[in-house]
Design a protein around this ligand. Structure first.
Ligand code: AMP
Ligand code: GLY
Length: 433
């Protein structure tokens, strides 16, 4: 099969790495891809992955590429092309493309849509309201004593959520998003939710329009610094599984979210084929969905795919074809950990072009795979080329050995100003004491 993958980050590196292991893949092209992605080799024929420099939002050029390469399957990594309707466009042209269509992608592209959908269909979430009038919004925030999450409706590079602990903070957040439009049109409407407390986990469910297959749990680390301090980032590290839900609890939580989700989709004519990724808070009064994403998490993908034992092409085919009910997802019991190495200054302004050393040595360590999020090869050197630079991923017989392997590799890899969290999976350690 000829496969086109769209995206260029650590998630897409992981997707390409796993697709390259498929016996069905005979050619993989990635747009725009990266130097590291272009070094992956297909298991079936030894061919290298090809990268073509087309941006993820340039739908006409992506379409031309898919047609020219006679792609049998297109795999979409990031949220923006999904929100722009890449799936609808490609399907209209008779192409097979994996991911939710524009209507289904609204679960991520509109927090107002998601909040209202959850309320309509009894999906457990934070109590909240949706607003496009600042006065009404302030009144609602005041009714919560200012303890609330103020969220821009649209996509805002993961930055459109402001957590507030007083009415002053809430008023400022409402002004920033709704009045000053710091996030542009994404802030034309907002969601305000009560502030929830508890353990936050990531769930992923693969959907085929009728069925949803739940993945094991994972946990991201969104803040830049140890102890969940510092600014919100795209994600500084993940591990899977987490100790916070046993299998029975996970399946119960999954059903609480996915049964009403699937029923609601059927009732509203939403054909969701792709990954539904709910961010979930485990609170004292039960699990609550904080938000939905409509794609693989980054860096969750980097810990899920090393654990997935199925052929990824077969998994995505089942999601596309509506035959998931006949497919058993099989997971390696060994835990997987990903520690993100970021550039100095991330998530603020960063400088690119720092020389990275130690990658070859790290690659030889048992159980280690380094996914590249923001790097570029220049001759025989690797240079930093983004905020998140690398996702150093390790598998181990238990979490402790996976962590120890990941951090040994992290210490081996160096670039000027490298920052990473030293407490990835720290909450798991505390939970199992
Ligand atoms: P979101 O983009 O909606 O996932 O929000 C980003 C982060 O803000 C989440 O990962 C949570 O850590 C936090 N968050 C979002 N909503 C709430 C809420 N209602 N209560 C507490 N924290 C929240
Ligand atoms: N892990 C955070 C995200 O993918 O949105």
């Amino acid at each position: 099969m000829n496969i086109l993958v769209i995206g260029s980050g650590g998630r897409e590196h992981a997707l390409v790495w796993k697709l390259a292991q498929s016996r069905h893949a005979s050619r993989i092209v990635c747009a725009p891809g990266s130097s590291a992605i272009s070094e992956e080799v297909l298991a079936s024929n030894g061919r290298r992955v090809e990268c073509v420099s087309i941006g993820t939002q340039d739908l006409p050029l992506l379409l031309k590429l898919a047609q020219e390469m006679k792609s049998d399957m297109v795999v979409v990594g990031p949220d923006n092309p999904l929100a722009l309707g890449i799936v609808d466009l490609f399907q209209d042209q008779g192409l097979r493309i994996w991911g939710p269509n524009r209507k289904a992608a609204q679960f991520e592209s509109s927090k107002v849509f998601s909040q209202k959908f959850m309320e309509r269909h009894g999906i457990p979430t934070a109590s909240g309201g949706t607003f496009n009038d600042a006065g009404e919004a302030r009144k609602f925030a005041a009714s919560l004593g200012g303890k609330c999450a103020v969220k821009a409706d649209g996509l805002a590079l993961g930055k459109g959520v402001l957590l507030c602990h007083s009415t002053d903070e809430a008023d400022r957040a409402i002004d920033e998003i709704l009045v000053s439009r710091n996030f542009g049109d994404a802030g034309a409407s907002i969601v305000i939710q009560e502030l929830l407390e508890g353990m936050e986990i990531s769930l992923h469910a693969l959907c085929d329009g009728k069925t949803a297959s739940l993945f094991p749990t994972a946990q991201d680390h969104k803040r830049a610094l140890d102890g969940d301090l510092g600014l919100n980032t795209g994600g500084m590290g993940t591990y899977s599984p987490t100790p916070f839900l046993n299998e029975e609890e996970l399946s119960r939580v999954g059903r609480m979210i996915l049964d009403p989700f699937l029923k609601g989709c059927a009732a509203e004519g939403i054909d969701f084929r792709g990954i539904l990724y709910p961010g979930v808070m485990l609170t004292r009064t039960g699990p609550k969905v904080l938000e939905f994403n409509a794609r693989f998490g980054d860096p969750e993908t980097q810990v899920y795919l090393p654990r997935l034992q199925n052929d990824l092409v077969e998994v995505l085919e089942a999601s596309l074809n509506g035959t998931l009910a006949r497919l058993d997802l099989k997971w390696d019991a060994r835990p997987s950990v990903c520690v993100v190495m970021a550039a100095a200054g991330y998530p603020g302004p960063i400088t690119k072009g720092q020389i990275i050393t130690g990658l070859e040595k790290a690659a030889l360590m048992p159980g280690i795979k380094v996914f590249h999020a923001g790097t570029v090869r220049a001759g025989n050197q690797w240079l930093t080329n983004g905020g998140r630079v690398l996702g150093v991923t390790a598998s181990g017989t238990d979490l402790k050995s996976a962590l120890s392997a990941a951090y040994t590799a992290v210490e081996t890899i160096q670039f000027q100003g490298a920052q990473f969290r030293r407490d990835i999976a720290g909450k798991a350690g505390k939970a199992s004491l």
